[in-house]
Write a new protein. Structure first.
Lengths: 230, 736, 95, 95
């Protein structure tokens, strides 16, 4: 069985091939989903990859959330389908209301591209099913607007409910609570700023991202085995 | 003098003689629109009128060269049915007026140069030269330039993997921003900007046309800046704003159009806008083009035909398509939300010459009617009077530089340290998943792969290098040393050098000293490339880099591409590991002419060290084989700017491991910047030695690694912890 | 139908960190501006639109702001001004 | 001394391309907003400052805008509003 993962492409998306290649290396099969197409074509999981959807000039993700494909992604998520937003994809998921919070401009007011150390705070999500609690990973970040913003009460609620999935060990952007990734209540929608697909090949200098992508592929297979949607 | 008292041609930047020549080319006086078109096409920037003659001396062919200089980018065959396209450009003057947008639109332009050939852009590089960072204006320059590159390159989805960052007094009022792009294409997708087939349609793709950068090439890029800071203000309406999102869609649409073979020709719009793209495309194909200036989508009301024809609005491409393919083209463009407007058609040549005609509406009045080749190819060509500078041959022989005590030598080295991470961490340098060795080392190393071009095991190494100190000292020899350095960097990354591109940044060519520098730089480049069998596949000449009558030091930038036949994940990097030997590959040398060390001591005399291409080639070959031998080298770094001292310091800092270095007779050996030397760190010294001896490369032992100091007993004593602070903080200290 | 120009301000909610505003505020004393206590940086969006009357123009702008211009998690918006514009530009600027 | 709140608008000069505004404008029809002809995106800067009187507050804001907020090569600025604020916030919001 091969996990079929839909990779959403907006005009301005630029990490779709990287994600597809990384998933392919781990035995998954990626299928590009064009933003204008409201059909997910029976995929077992969805990734919203990095980039600058619609230019992201007004605010990252502000326009992308209106794309026809996003209605289908919302339905898929509501039905328990695994959905992961990486970087720009995380921004789009918060704009779409599929994840809590928002992503603001980095504290440094600069774009930042470098590896950071992360800790897995919550296992059992579609992104961390195969990771261990407390596991440390080195994965690159790559963004201008990656500072997680949420009101203090909501952050407290997220912490209490275990919705903080990944935390920075060295905060690169001023995120509240050092949040690097969060999930929805059910744990089937996860957003993160770091790019696991950039740490999934020894040639790129690291493989720590593999455990996250493998978790996603496993979640996709579970879903496909359970016969949901197809 | 106000411009309305000037004859029109002078206000447009043409000399009286040039205006006469225009009349000669037309056989009648030009009308104002025609004159405007000639003024941009015959500008220094577009026509290379002061440099063309010299550039002919460069070696440009080789068995692998598919496209040499003259097209939008050079193209080299790299086997497996693949080719690499490469191009470098300057965006100096626009970046001086508005650093962020100037640098951003520079990136946009260089990308279009590469994807217009059918290549998918793989990587960008950005050599930057600004004034001293003590000067707030230079900080504003650098901060803005890096923001512009970051904002544009990251958003368009092409990684920036290398460059240069030089801060020196000569660039305070005339900074330099060079931009370079490498792309990859299946060889059969190679596209040329050559219009063919009378009756075919000319289609403008991309952004609407505004009054952006009118006269940018003739008035802005082909003249220097005035003395007063801010005196360039009247040039400000020329500012163009980059739109990476438009560029991204345009790039995807163009690559798909080429992939589906829907186009006859494709040409980017850069300097001189529509006039340049149309006249060059027509001239190369030996045909004419009729353009309907009214059909050009405008961003602003009330634009004149001359404004439309010379606007440098960004993110536009000119395509030639057969009428039967127009619907398919439209479909691709619609999907990518790229505007496509038919603005003209290809016409047969008249008496052997294609004519570029500008029409006012379909079948409307003929507003301009000019032989395309007269615009594109027949600009005047000047041999400017050249004279070496009247510099007295200084008596201060750098051989007599007084020795420094080890602590003072360490302080000097520390003052040279600057980690460029401040810049490159603002760039996405990992996009496309190809980056095996990112910025910060000797050469960037990439997988040779792209979306649609699966990786087959090969790699590319690339390095861009400039050194205004060497080139001011001796422009000819200095340029040979740059070629030596760039090839060596590439070999340190495991790449066999396959081609070179160059960007010659110089002052006002009407100054005889600058004309002389141009000749010398070209001679040096030609000499070194010939000796190394390295074809020059492209370049750019940026003249009039002057402010207040003061020319910049000659600043040629050379960039070398190398090919790796197979890639390994554990390529040796710039770093030391503990418990290893340090070896010097290459002949030990001690000439100090033109070095930082001599300069710091106020000695500006003496010859630059000479370049021996035969020994250099042996070293390159040896390195390529050593780097590919698993486990043989643990680290390596070439010796260049700052000599062995700086090379050792950078090696030690990158690994956080010190060394004790012996066997150097004096500080001359430590600080000489003579070429063709590499330091390697190895735990297999005998094997390295044997390989070097077999290759006929001199090898000497430098000592061993370990500890937390870089110690050269009696000559240098550098504490790594404080050096690390100096290195990391050098840029943030001023810029954050 | 008439043409209106509408100015909408989008600002960060109180309590949401504004690194850009803080950076400006921090830079001011060194430039000789002493009395500035605080700086907040938001967006000023100018819309040109057609509407039957001013209240409709305002409502449209508010709807655009609510739906698109502001992210409710971080931002508030306010229509600051609505002004009638001369009609029909012959060859209006295309977006 | 009194406290004032000043609102400054920084906008691109006419004729300077505004990719951000154009992108928003192009997207609006798909969101069901039809009559919007054009969008220009600028900055709205709110300064809180101490000054002896309103004209001085306005002048200071103008000077700040000229020195720091607007990029003279591409942008204009305008002080849109100056309002007196209640004095002395015991522990006012820090930037
Ligand atoms: N502006 C820049 N952008 C990206 N990378 C840069 C920049 N400046 C320097 N670098 C990178 O930092 C490293 C060191 O640069 P440099 O000191 O010029 O190296 P070298 O002396 O070996 O040519 C190189 O890998 C170079 O590509
Ligand atoms: Mg080097």
């Amino acid at each position: 069985m091969t996990a079929r993962v839909g990779v959403v492409v907006f005009p301005g998306t630029n990490c779709e091939h990287d994600v597809a290649e990384a998933l392919g290396r781990l035995g998954g099969e990626a299928r590009m989903l064009w933003h204008q197409d409201p059909d997910l074509h029976g995929v077992d999981a969805v990734v919203l990859p990095g980039g600058f959807a619609h230019g992201d000039y007004l605010r990252p993700g502000a326009l992308a959330r209106f794309s026809p494909v996003m209605g289908a992604v919302a339905d898929f998520a509501a039905a328990g389908g695994p959905v992961v937003g990486i970087c720009n994809g995380f921004q789009v998921l918060t704009e779409a209301g599929l994840l809590p919070g928002a992503l603001g401009v980095n504290r440094s007011l600069r774009f930042v591209c470098r590896p950071v150390r992360l800790r897995v705070e919550r296992t059992g999500t579609v992104l961390t099913g195969q990771a261990e609690a407390g596991q440390e990973l080195v994965v690159p970040v790559n963004h201008f607007s990656g500072a997680y913003r949420v009101d203090p009460a909501t952050l407290e609620r997220l912490e209490a409910a275990g919705q903080v999935v990944l935390r920075y060990l060295e905060n690169p952007n001023g995120s509240q609570g050092d949040v690097a990734g969060v999930c929805n209540e059910a744990g089937n929608v996860v957003g993160l700023m770091p790019h696991p697909e950039r740490a999934s090949d020894p040639l790129q200098g690291g493989t720590d991202g593999q455990v996250l992508l493998r978790s996603l592929l496993a979640a996709a297979l579970d879903r496909s085995a359970s016969g949901a949607r197809r | 003098m106000s411009s309305d008292t000037l004859p029109l041609h002078r206000a447009l930047g043409l000399t009286d003689d040039e205006a006469q020549a225009v009349e000669g080319a037309l056989g009648r006086p030009p009308n104002p629109l025609e004159l405007a078109m000639f003024s941009v096409m015959w500008s220094e920037h577009c026509s290379y009128k002061s440099s063309r003659l010299h550039l002919r001396r460069l070696p440009t062919s080789g068995p692998a060269v598919l496209v040499g200089p003259g097209e939008n980018a050079g193209v080299v065959d790299v086997g497996d049915g693949l080719a690499v396209a490469v191009r470098i450009e300057s965006h100096n003057h626009p970046s001086a007026v508005e650093p962020t947008q100037g640098a951003a639109t520079g990136i946009g332009g260089i990308l279009r140069d590469v994807f217009t050939m059918g290549a998918r852009p793989l990587a960008l590089l950005d050599p930057i030269y600004v004034g001293p960072l003590e000067d707030p204006r230079s900080r504003w320059h650098l901060d803005g330039i890096v923001r512009g590159i970051s904002a544009y390159g990251n958003a368009v989805g092409v990684p920036t993997v290398g460059g240069e960052l030089v801060s020196a007094p000569g660039y305070a009022r005339n900074l330099l921003v060079n931009v370079m792009c490498i792309g990859v294409l299946p060889t059969e997708r190679l596209a040329l900007a050559r219009a063919e087939g009378p009756g075919n349609l000319v289609v403008l793709l991309g952004a609407a046309t505004g009054r952006d950068g009118i006269g940018g090439v003739s008035v802005l890029a082909s003249a220097g800046f005035a003395a007063e800071p801010g005196a360039g203000d009247e040039k400000r309406p020329s500012v163009q704003v980059g739109d990476p999102y438009e560029e991204k869609r345009l790039m995807e649409a163009c690559l798909e159009l080429l992939e589906r073979r829907l186009l006859v020709a494709l040409c980017d719009l850069g300097g001189a806008g529509l006039t340049c793209a149309a006249s060059e495309t027509a001239a190369r194909g030996g045909v004419g083009i009729d353009l309907d200036v009214r059909a050009v989508p405008r961003r602003e009301p009330g634009m004149t035909p001359a404004e439309v024809m010379t606007s440098e609005s960004q993110e536009r491409m000119l395509a030639v398509v057969e009428p039967a393919r127009l619907a398919d083209l439209q479909e691709v463009c619609d999907r990518w939300e790229v505007r496509a407007s038919v603005i003209g058609r290809v016409t047969p040549p008249v008496e052997g010459r294609g004519r570029l005609r500008v029409l006012d509406g379909p079948g409307g009045a003929v507003l301009a009617d000019v032989p395309a080749a007269a615009l594109a190819d027949e600009a005047p060509c000047y041999r400017r009077p050249a004279r070496p500078p009247a510099r007295p041959r200084p008596e201060d022989d750098p051989g007599e530089v007084p020795a420094l005590d080890p602590g003072a030598a360490a302080a000097l080295v520390a003052s040279w340290l600057a980690d460029p991470a401040w810049a490159y961490q603002q760039y996405d340098h990992q996009l496309l998943g190809n980056t095996v060795v990112g910025p910060g080392g000797d050469a960037a190393v990439l997988r040779l792969a792209a979306p649609g071009v699966p990786w087959r095991g090969k790699g590319l190494a690339v390095s861009a290098d400039g050194n205004p100190r060497w080139c001011a000292h001796d422009p000819r020899v200095g340029t040979t040393l740059l070629v030596a350095e760039a090839t060596l960097n590439v070999a340190c990354g495991g790449g066999r050098p396959i081609c070179l591109v160059n960007c010659l940044n110089l002052g006002n060519p009407e100054h005889p000293e600058v004309a002389w520098q141009l000749e010398q730089v070209v001679d040096g480049l030609a000499e070194a490339c010939r000796a190394l069998d390295l074809p020059v596949v492209g370049g750019n000449v940026s003249l009039y880099n002057e402010a207040g009558g003061q020319d910049i030091d000659p600043t040629p930038v050379v960039a070398v591409l190398g090919l790796l036949d197979r890639l390994r994940p554990d390529l040796p990097r710039v770093r030391l590991v503990p418990g290893a030997r340090l070896l010097l590959l290459g002949r030990p040398r001690d000439e100090l002419g033109g070095s930082r060390f001599a300069q710091a001591a106020g000695r500006s005399g003496g010859p630059l060290p000479a370049f021996d291409p035969v020994a250099h080639r042996r070293l390159l070959d040896l390195l390529v084989s050593l780097v590919h031998e698993p486990g043989l080298l643990d680290g390596l770094h070439d010796v260049a700017d700052g000599g062995l001292a700086l090379a050792l310091a950078e090696l030690a800092l990158a690994g956080g491991v010190g060394a004790v270095v012996r066997g150097l007779p004096d500080q001359r050996a430590l600080f000489s910047e003579a070429p063709s030397r590499v330091v390697v760190c190895t735990r297999e010294p005998a094997a390295v030695r044997a390989a070097a001896e077999a290759a006929g490369v001199p090898v000497s032992d430098l000592g061993e690694t370990g500890g937390d100091r870089l110690l050269v007993p009696g000559l240098l004593d550098l504490d790594l912890e404080s050096a690390h602070r100096a290195w990391r903080g050098a840029l943030p200290r001023w810029l954050d | 139908m008439s043409r209106f120009g509408v100015l909408v301000e989008v600002r960060l909610r109180p309590g949401i960190a504004d690194p850009a505003g803080s950076t400006v505020a921090r830079a001011l004393p060194a430039l000789g501006f002493d009395g500035v206590e605080g700086v907040r940086l938001g967006k000023a969006v100018r819309l040109t639109l057609e509407a039957p009357d001013e209240p409709t123009a305002r409502r449209t702008a508010e709807a655009v702001a609510a739906r698109l211009l502001a992210n409710a998690v971080m931002e508030d918006y306010e229509v600051l001004a609505v002004e009638a514009l001369p009609n029909a530009p012959e060859e209006g600027p295309r977006p």
